[in-house]
Design a protein around this ligand. Structure first.
Ligand SMILES: [Fe+2]
Length: 259
């Protein structure tokens, strides 16, 4: 089975890139299952029900989120009932939505997707390490193929989680930093991993934001309203191949220019 993971979709340019290019990219790469991180789809922060539906209609089987999950209030009711759009499991108990989805691949094989938020710099209500074992066990009860989107800031934490889960899941794919790392690999136990899958959106920017605005805020320390950039749009992510038992056999970073 071949899984395509599409890294953080940023703003209108990222959403448009997915809508215009993902359907044919799925065919070109012979993809059986596709996960899209949509946590920056709405102008760089969060996602709306409409944008989530568009990602699903464009070929995402499951959409994952991250630290900006609650940026758009209208997503709360949507997450409460959606089986395909999930948010980090460790945002706190009693909140709408789930951190685990199970959906069929093209041939009907069940694929589980888990979404967790890193502890370092993102300060989730519960550390990912408290939930990791339970979530992965539940995912494995329901599917042989398990993909983990670990949305985290620190390279060390992302590598640590990949090592912890090596041999227990198909892939541990890092998201959130928007800079694709050059370490796509299959770990000794059969788990595919990359520290960060990159960004689907405008790369002529500071991680998606218009560069002059991001720079002005950094240099002056004054509040500056951010706008999503528009230039050098790419789809970035990872392609993972695995066998019928869910063991990864290949892991390769993907970068496709859209404009
Ligand atoms: Fe993020």
């Amino acid at each position: 089975m071949r899984i395509l993971f599409v890294a953080d979709v940023f703003g209108p340019a990222g959403s448009r890139a997915v809508q215009s290019r993902l359907p044919e990219l799925r065919d070109e790469l012979r993809v059986d299952f596709c996960v899209v991180n949509g946590e920056n789809a709405a102008d760089g922060r969060g996602i709306t029900p409409k944008l989530a539906d568009r990602l699903l209609a464009s070929g995402a089987d499951v959409v994952t989120l991250g630290n900006h999950t609650w940026a758009r209030t209208e997503i709360q009711d949507y997450l409460a009932t959606s089986e395909r759009v999930i948010r980090p499991a460790n945002l706190g108990s009693g909140l709408p939505g789930s951190g685990l989805a199970v959906a069929p691949a093209a041939d009907g094989t069940a694929v589980a997707v888990v979404n967790l938020l890193g502890r370092l710099f993102l300060d989730p209500a519960v550390t990912p390490f408290e939930l990791l074992d339970g979530l992965v066990e539940e995912a494995r009860r329901r599917a042989k193929v398990v993909v983990v989107d670990f949305h985290a800031e620190a390279t060390s934490e992302k590598i640590a989680v990949a090592r912890i889960l090596d041999g227990r899941v198909t892939a541990v794919l890092g998201t959130h930093t928007h800079v694709q790392t050059n370490d796509a690999r299959v770990l000794p136990g059969g788990t595919a991993a990359i520290t960060d899958a990159g960004m689907t959106g405008p790369h002529d920017s500071v991680i998606g934001v218009e560069a002059d605005l991001a720079i002005r805020r950094m240099v002056t320390g004054l509040p500056v309203r951010f706008s999503p950039a528009t230039g050098d749009v790419r789809i970035e992510g990872v392609v993972v191949d695995c066998d019928a038992d869910g063991r990864a056999t290949a892991c390769e970073a993907v970068r496709v220019s859209v404009d």
